[in-house]
Design a binder for this molecule. Structure first.
Ligand SMILES: NC(=O)c1ccc[n+]([C@@H]2O[C@H](COP(=O)([O-])OP(=O)(O)OC[C@H]3O[C@@H](n4cnc5c(N)ncnc54)[C@H](O)[C@@H]3O)[C@@H](O)[C@H]2O)c1
Length: 254
């Protein structure tokens, strides 16, 4: 297809799960990709392509300004520029389902730090470069739980609500440029993280309930998210900004 030839894409949290599906798709379609991840970015990059001119993995904590700046600069040095930023990294594996008044300060702070501050920081570091080139596609990954609520998961739901609000507000701050800021809100998707969230019995029951709520009755897989992200990253979406595409098999409508 090569529809992303000459494009340079950063995917945060691209080492596994849905993020890895974005990386594989962009590489397949001609882009050069930098994976920013806390765990295994170099190994993932090597597995996807042994050609270091196509994909690089950089170990970076998206909550750390100096690490993000260094990784961004390295990407520009390696690939020449950055066109697309997919803010996919998030912390939720390891969070426990708790009534909101029993959530620990530690879980609350870490959710906000990775899921919200990480997105803001990545955008802040990318913004001067994108403004200078008057080109950029920022795609922030939220969740459909923002639009329906999810009991006992207030830290995560609140953090993803902030990502949705941040997207809308930030799109206005790029007014007068050709830089777009959009959001994709996945529904429940099978990844190592979701399968490890609870006991196998609890996961099976959750998946039964989710299937019943979807109009399209099969569980989502990581590859199901690729189309929406690639559309927002493409030139076809040049006039789309401040928008959210929900990809959840029809749980949320309207
Ligand atoms: N899987 C789902 O059901 C689902 C549903 C709705 C939204 N989402 C969102 O989609 C995205 C991907 O989900 P997933 O299931 O593939 O997640 P995942 O947990 O499998 O992957 C997240 C990745 O982010 C990385 N990461 C975490 N903290 C980081 C940090 N501080 N700095 C850099 N990297 C960090 C992890 O190492 C991991 O590789 C997340 O934003 C998630 O909130 C997922």
């Amino acid at each position: 297809m090569n529809s992303f030839a000459d494009r340079v894409v950063i995917v945060t949290g691209g080492s596994q799960g849905i993020g890895r599906a974005y990386v594989e798709a962009f590489v397949r379609d001609g882009a050069k990709v930098a994976i920013f991840d806390l765990s295994n970015p170099e190994q993932t990059a090597n597995e996807i392509s042994s050609d270091g001119d196509r994909v690089i993995g950089i170990r970076v904590d998206v909550t750390d300004r100096s690490q993000v700046q260094e990784a961004f600069d390295r990407t520009v040095r390696q690939f020449g520029h950055v066109d697309v930023l997919v803010n996919n990294a998030a912390f939720y594996e390891g969070l426990t389902f708790q009534p909101f008044d029993r959530i620990t300060d530690q879980d609350w702070d870490r959710s906000m730090n990775v899921n919200v501050k990480g997105v803001w920081l990545m955008c802040s570091i990318a913004a001067p470069h994108m403004r200078e080139r008057n080109y950029g596609r920022i795609i922030n990954i939220s969740s459909n739980v923002v639009f329906m609520g999810k009991t006992n998961f207030l830290h995560y739901v609140t953090s993803k609500g902030a990502v949705w609000a941040l997207t809308n507000a930030m799109s206005r701050e790029f007014a007068g440029t050709a830089i777009t800021v959009n959001c994709v809100a996945p529904g429940y998707t099978i990844t190592p993280a979701t399968r490890n969230m609870s006991s196998p019995e609890e996961v099976a029951e959750l998946e039964r309930q989710i299937l019943a709520a979807q109009s399209i009755r099969r569980l989502l897989e990581a590859e199901d998210m690729v189309g929406a992200v690639q559309y927002l990253a493409s030139d076809s979406a040049a006039m789309v900004t401040g928008q959210t595409i929900t990809v959840d098999g029809g749980v949320i409508v309207g």
